[in-house]
Design a protein around this ligand. Sequence first.
Ligand SMILES: Cc1cc2nc3c(=O)[nH]c(=O)nc-3n(C[C@H](O)[C@H](O)[C@H](O)COP(=O)(O)OP(=O)(O)OC[C@H]3O[C@@H](n4cnc5c(N)ncnc54)[C@H](O)[C@@H]3O)c2cc1C
Length: 462
Amino acid sequence: MSTLVQLLINTFGKDSVLTQAEASGRVASNWTHNENLDCLALLRPKTTEDVSTMLKICNEFNQSVVPHGGLTNVVGGVVTKPNQIALTLERMNEVEEISVHNKTVMVQAGVILQNLQKLLVENGLLFPLDLGAKGSCMIGGNIASNAGGLQAVRYGVMRNLVLGLEVVLADGTVISSMNKMLKNNAGYDLKQLFIGSEGTLGVITKAVLKVDDLPKSRNTAFVALENFEQANQLLQYARKQLKNDLTSFELLWQDYYNLMTSRPSSYSPPLPQTYPFYVLMEARGQNAEQDKAVFDELLKNGWENGLIADAVMAQSQQELDWLWSIRENVELIFSVHSPVFLYDVSLAISDMDPYIKEIKTELQAVWADVHFYAFGHMGDGNLHLFVSCGLDNAATKHQVDEIIYQPLQRIGGSITGEHGIGLEKKPWLHLSRTSEEINLMKTLKRALDPKGILNPGKLLPD
Ligand SMILES: Cc1cc2nc3c(=O)[nH]c(=O)nc-3n(C[C@H](O)[C@H](O)[C@H](O)COP(=O)(O)OP(=O)(O)OC[C@H]3O[C@@H](n4cnc5c(N)ncnc54)[C@H](O)[C@@H]3O)c2cc1C
């Protein structure tokens, strides 16, 4: 056993430091589940002070450390090498304070998103971040990834939901910026530096989050559309009619809808499979009767004015689950095709239709039998793309990446709207960021982590 691991065990005890052998029974990723963890040691701090001392020791030994949350990252952000130490926040999982009056909650970084959501519901409150990985992902990981999710069209992304943050720097310095106010202009807003930093600038240990009143109504419809322009007009119309109650506006291209509603999928199609586009639209408000009337009216007017070709509204929890499963059951793609490359691009809504047509044509020109699926958070300008061309090697992946990413530079889009850069997108960061921006990121990294021990090799190009 290395001197460092022995020192860590002596300082924190066996319970807080798992050796390489002890950690090897755990999965390395809750997304792929295909490998076990292989790291020098796995640190399991219980307090911020533990994190501080652990990082101080590792920094003195020039030991690299990879922060681990719920391990649902999909771009290699939590990949840990055998000579690296992993630090999991799993034991820092307490909700420390719920303020119904101030609409804030103070949480430790290891709280699982779904657990927080459930606890808040019991208090009549809502934490609006919602995503498919909610049963495993942790608040610290959500913050480090600036997660978006299914209700961002109304509530924004983690950047909009975090009021205060506690972070431990690489040398063990604790930066406590646990602000609870909406407005605080006393100098730089330091928390924003760490939100979306993917574990490269500090370890997030605690946060103050903004919460909202629990909505009293939920109206959800699946809508079929004749063309993209209808989807665009429907979105504008829904924003106008539903105002701030519009919580989700998810667009599905036909291929994706048909895959999700045909065998081996267990979900039947709520609408005929013949339309080129489908939208899953949801509104949540505070007045059940009035909200239902406004939603019904929206669908009726949309149909009468030629914005909607067909529609179905969820009438029960079972139907609600059915409609959402068609949007969310992405795992199905991986059981039908292999390998599958996954993307989460961002772009202006007006660019979506031509962009999808352009890349589909290019993909088909190279691989005639390529499988290509597009869907996503149209209301947020963020789409998910899945590509399967039957080949699984680095050169093919690079070629597909190039087809997907290159046009985004021309139209001012982003190579990632949600998943971050991690390892996978490092070669393409320059398409979404200028060299001056990347140099400033590197300067910040050097200032906060001069020895480069925190999640080295991720996010920033070498
Ligand atoms: C099925 C599925 C659906 C998803 N849907 C969405 C979606 O709709 N929207 C979206 O935005 N994302 C989505 N994601 C990806 C999303 O980013 C993650 O699910 C989630 O936000 C990451 O949280 P985690 O706790 O699993 O973090 P991890 O995967 O453990 O870590 C993510 C990154 O943050 C770092 N990190 C983790 N914890 C800390 C900490 N305490 N301090 C500093 N750094 C830390 C890690 O080093 C890593 O770089 C999805 C993923 C899956 C598998």
